[in-house]
Ligand binder design. Structure first.
Ligand code: FAD
Length: 286
């Protein structure tokens, strides 16, 4: 099944994202997470691909395969290109196909100035068209409600996003954001630019202080005053901070669903407790 088929139904799609365990942990640690998440019956689960990851140590394919085979849930494998050659991508596509994975989130990947990039792919759009011409895959792409950090402006970024869709991306998943007005503004501009594919809103429940510091430095999402006040008030009360972060994410999701968003992509941070609380609160609204 392809992810785009899900959007043919008249309801809001609810999907999850997980990441493979760190190199120092055993792959088994992910199965506890998947046990909990699969009970929540998301429409699909996507599995990240390590930044600068190489084809031989990536656990993405194995985990994406298990999500489908062991838990009966559709999966999507993330795949980045700036540190891969065409030969690497051919190898990975073959592996994905062998494991019955037909949905790929095609990404450029972040560039680490300490490591020179490979020359075969410069932008995600090049990976999208390469995948589309090399097999029977549904390809998704990433998008940025506040603009990608390297783009001159949101408009420039949307023009580039359009190239990614023209290259064959059939569905988009957004970067996380904490102010829904950024998403609505982006959505309006993207639609005016002729981008018609389904766009899922990326929501990350922030449940501890170190997470927010790391996330904001990595993705540059702006923090509304309401959110910062909440973080400040509860920064020394871990349980209250967790519950406030869950409530904030639920509030964002209820508003997004009420405004007719195509789907919600929940960055679960491999935490089934948090995903479960959000699922319980919004399931009847989807
Ligand atoms: P692109 O679409 O290539 O865009 C990158 C920049 O180039 C943008 O500024 C864009 O405006 C510009 N650009 C694009 N095309 C052109 C063009 N033709 N001419 C000029 N400029 C252009 N990273 C990982 O390492 N692993 C993951 O699993 C992962 N998962 C992610 C999931 C989601 C939902 C999101 C939103 C991000 C994810 N990332 C992941 C991070 C992503 O790799 C970075 O944000 C990266 O910096 C950009 O990737 P992209 O695919 O959006 O790149």
């Amino acid at each position: 099944m392809y992810i785009s088929d899900l959007f043919k139904k008249d309801r809001t799609i609810f999907s999850f994202e997980v990441f493979p365990p760190k190199k120092t942990s055993s792959i088994e640690t992910i199965y506890e997470t998947l046990e909990g998440l699969s009970d929540l019956k998301p429409d699909f689960i996507s599995v990240t691909y390590g930044a600068g990851g190489n084809r031989s140590d990536s656990k993405t394919c194995q985990i994406a395969s298990d999500i489908q085979e062991k838990y009966g849930i559709l999966s999507a494998a993330h795949l980045t290109c700036v540190y891969n050659t065409k030969e690497d991508i051919d190898f990975i596509l073959k592996e994905l196909k062998t494991h019955g994975i037909h949905n790929i989130l095609a990404l450029r990947g972040d560039i680490n100035p300490e490591f020179p990039v490979k020359k075969d792919f410069k932008y995600a759009s090049e990976l999208v068209s390469y995948i589309k011409s090399h097999g029977d895959f549904h390809v998704s792409g990433a998008c940025y409600p506040e603009g990608h950090g390297e783009a001159e402006s949101l408009i420039d970024d949307i023009k580039n996003l359009r190239k990614k869709v023209e290259a064959g991306a059939e569905h988009l998943m957004s970067q996380l954001f904490f102010d829904n007005s950024h998403f609505y503004d982006f959505l309006e501009k993207a639609r005016i630019a002729g981008i018609e594919v389904p766009i899922e809103a990326g929501i990350m429940p922030v449940v501890n202080k170190s997470q927010i510091e790391r996330m904001v430095s990595m993705c540059g999402a702006s923090l509304p005053v309401k959110f910062s006040k909440m973080m400040q008030k509860y920064e020394h009360q871990p349980e209250a901070l967790r519950d406030a972060g869950i409530a904030y994410a639920i509030d964002q999701i209820v508003d997004l669903i009420s405004n007719g968003v195509d789907g919600i992509h929940l960055y679960t941070m491999n935490n089934p407790y948090v995903a479960g609380k959000i699922n319980d609160a919004v399931r009847s609204l989807l």
